[in-house]
Design a protein around this ligand. Structure first.
Ligand code: SAM
Length: 454
């Protein structure tokens, strides 16, 4: 049963009672499609299933497998993501005009658990830096794990209030995305909680909070930069009215987006914003609203340098750099924080340093490992880096039984095929982690927090 207020809002919005009843039916009885997005920076056997029209890496699967038992899931070969959400990648690519500019800076303000951030990170690659921010600390830790698993190395995970971005990195970003916390109407068939918690009061509360987040996020965007707003709810207060308010309050320009009719996405213009609604009775996916505008103003004149703050990084000894640089493909800058060595794409180093000075950074680049005196212990993040040189390690291909032992952090049952010392563990050729063989025993390097019970 749906609340009468919710139904009334839908009727006002869609106009046609027949369409409202089809939408309600899809929310009540419709099947939830399962979809994944493949990681283009890693190898993964092409999954069967059909394409998601608006995302070249998206696939609908015919049935829902057990992801937790699948080695490719743990290797970061794909992300399980509901298909409508992938549309923000289409908005980003269209707004950039087909080519990602060198040095682009993208902020994903409300990022956990990381579905959209990992998509942005795939699109941007090492041409720019992606900042995945999540204000709620324990959600930010999950986000950091998902970014680690994705392994592109271009993403900085922070846990700051949006107001910190407004004040410390004013007009610093070329793209700012706000995937706002919302009343979740589009998730009603997935989440009983979203249904139960829905009320008109909650819609008003969400809209007020979204306005605060959007106002802060807007400050962090440079003139000429692109703003992408999304929610997983249908109502006007959290969507169209937010765009009306934004365009009324600030200098906004329209961005043209291709959206073929056969995709069945309801779209149109609200003030300068181009707006898109995904309705589950029309498209295969959950409910989503997305909108895009460009920030007006004189381009290139107001980009501000943030105030200098204490640099958290130390230099890494040359010998150590010599030792670890052969483990990664490409051009990396190595820096240390305490005993831990990190690698950052050289082209992104200056931006990553600025972010580390200004924000509360939980994870960035590749966490290579720790030095204990002269002994180097590689980190799990290194194994999951898409740039890892597999041939720099002794490697061992796991059986399904061994993979599950490893994921439970148990000793491997048979050490015969392992080399004494460090081994990179592979699942169908893809790295999933490290283990150390010490005589007849193995010592896993999978962090405790990554342990799963299967
Ligand atoms: N973008 C994510 C993804 O694709 O996986 C989903 C983000 S979810 C819709 C919204 C996020 O906003 C939540 O992780 C929530 O913790 C965060 N959030 C809640 N209150 C917030 C606030 N006041 N400011 C910023 N973010 C907030």
């Amino acid at each position: 049963m749906f609340s009468t207020d919710f139904i009334r809002l839908l009727e006002e919005q869609l106009g046609d009672p027949e369409e409202v009843s089809r939408l309600l039916n899809a929310l009540e009885n419709g099947s939830q499609p399962t979809s994944i997005r493949v990681n283009p920076h890693k190898c993964h056997p092409a999954p069967t299933g059909s394409d998601v029209n608006w995302c070249r890496w998206g696939r609908y699967l015919a049935e829902r497998p057990s992801f937790t038992r699948d080695g490719h899931f743990h290797a970061g070969g794909y992300y399980v993501q509901e298909a409508s959400s992938m549309f923000v990648g289409h908005l980003l690519e269209q707004s950039l005009g087909g080519e990602v500019p060198e040095g682009v800076r993208l902020l994903d303000m409300c990022a956990a658990p990381g579905g959209k951030s990992t998509l942005y990170s795939s699109i941007v690659g090492h041409r720019g830096v992606v900042v995945a921010n999540e204000v709620i600390r324990n959600r930010a830790l999950t986000l950091a794990d998902n970014i680690t698993r994705w392994g592109v190395g271009n993403t900085v995970v922070t846990s700051n209030d949006p107001s910190h971005y407004a004040s410390s990195l004013e007009e610093w970003f070329d793209v700012v995305a706000v995937d706002a916390p919302c009343s979740g109407e589009g998730m009603f068939r997935k989440s009983e909680e979203a249904r139960r918690d829905w009320s008109l009061d909650n819609v008003r509360l969400c809209a007020a909070r979204q306005r605060r987040i959007v106002a802060d996020a807007w400050q962090a965007l440079r003139p000429g930069g692109v703003f992408i707003y999304s929610t997983c709810t249908f109502n006007r207060a959290e969507n169209e009215e937010m765009m009306e308010w934004l365009c009324g309050e600030f200098d906004c320009e329209h961005v043209d987006i291709e959206c073929p009719e056969e995709w069945n996405i309801a779209h149109g213009r609200v003030a300068e914003a181009e707006c898109f609604h995904f309705y589950p009775h029309r498209t295969e996916g959950e409910g989503l609203f997305a909108a895009i505008v460009r920030k007006g103003g004189e381009v290139g004149t107001k980009r501000k340098a943030p105030k200098a703050r204490k640099n958290p990084f130390g230099e890494v000894d040359r010998k150590v750099v010599g030792q670890v640089s052969g483990m990664l493909e490409g051009d990396w800058k190595f820096a240390s924080i305490g005993e831990t060595i990190y690698a950052y794409p050289t082209a992104l180093w200056s931006d990553i340093r600025t972010l580390s000075e200004q924000m509360s950074v939980l994870f960035a680049g590749v966490k290579v490992g720790e030095l204990f005196g002269k002994k180097f212990k590689p980190d799990h993040s290194l194994a999951l880096s898409a740039h890892l040189r597999v041939d720099a390690f002794n490697s061992y291909e796991l059986s399904a039984e061994e993979l599950h032992c490893y994921l439970r952090r148990e000793e491997l049952p048979n050490v015969g095929g392992l080399t004494e010392g460090l081994n990179l563990l592979l699942w169908e050729g893809q790295p999933v982690g490290f283990t150390k063989r010490i005589g007849p025993r193995t010592n896993t390097l999978l962090p405790k927090e990554w342990r799963i019970f299967i």
